[in-house]
Design a protein around this ligand. Structure first.
Ligand SMILES: [Fe+2]
Ligand SMILES: [Fe+2]
Length: 250
């Protein structure tokens, strides 16, 4: 597929002045709204986990992550505001998507109390995935404000991914493999579905406009490869999943 706009080639003015087609603006707005929502739900989950995860030694890292996730959400909502889309309007675009499998992981984290293992699973399901989405897809966005925000977010998400890997290994050592394997079987389908459906018309538009570099399923495969390596290092088992989206335990 040919990419019509190179990385960082469009600014808010290009979009607002009508130099790009209306569908570009619609697709960009929805993509930013989904990114902002994922960051916001992750922040809500970290905020709750701060009081429920029950590990004082984790609190300082969790509160650092919380501050950063809030900042990530603000950065993307600021990019939407520049396009004259206020936060409530952006969130309204996602009313039905939020009920679907792509948002199950961040919603679960935001809506349920996470114990220590829940916190580990959220980090594995939201920070590892987020790092891939932002590093592979958004960093090279044709929309320069999104590419710039992604660069700021990426540096922090690299640390969150490291945190996720560390707490995963630590949980396997302290709690034993079985409870962690059990939690992985519960969380992995949601984590993979967070990338969204493969080959959708929306992703096709995103890729041809240069708003994404890769299709959702390519990112999901990258994630599974990375996670499998992490699980292997921690002596944990990779759950097997069904092939088709939305993925379930096989
Ligand atoms: Fe984030
Ligand atoms: Fe994160």
């Amino acid at each position: 597929m040919t990419r019509r706009f190179p990385p960082g080639s469009l600014e808010a003015d290009d979009v607002l002045s009508g130099r790009v087609e209306g569908n570009f603006v619609r697709v960009l707005t929805r993509l930013l709204a989904a990114h902002a929502m994922a960051e916001k739900l992750t922040a809500i989950g970290y905020e709750r986990a701060l009081t429920t995860a029950g590990r004082p030694d984790l609190c300082s890292i969790v509160s650092k992550n919380l501050t950063e996730e809030r900042k990530h959400a603000q950065l993307i909502y600021a990019a939407l505001a520049e396009l004259r889309v206020p936060e409530v309007q952006a969130d309204r675009l996602l009313v039905s998507a939020l009920k679907g499998p792509a948002f199950a992981a961040p919603r679960h984290f935001a809506e349920n109390s996470a114990d220590e293992l829940g916190l580990v699973m959220a980090a594995v399901s939201l920070d590892m995935t987020g790092l891939i989405m932002i590093g592979v897809n958004y960093k090279e966005s044709s929309y320069a404000p999104h590419a710039r925000a992604a660069e700021v977010i990426l540096a922090e998400e690299e640390e969150h991914e490291l945190f996720a890997s560390n707490v995963l290994r630590d949980a396997a050592e302290r709690l034993g493999a079985e409870p962690v394997n059990q939690a992985l079987r519960e969380w992995l389908p949601r984590a993979v579905n967070f990338f969204g459906p493969p080959g959708s018309g929306f992703s096709f538009d995103c890729i041809s406009y240069g708003l994404k570099a890769r299709d959702n399923h390519e990112l999901a495969e990258l994630y599974l490869t990375l996670l499998e390596r992490r699980l292997h290092q921690a002596g944990l088992e990779m759950p097997s999943l069904t092939r088709d989206y939305p993925h379930q335990l096989a």
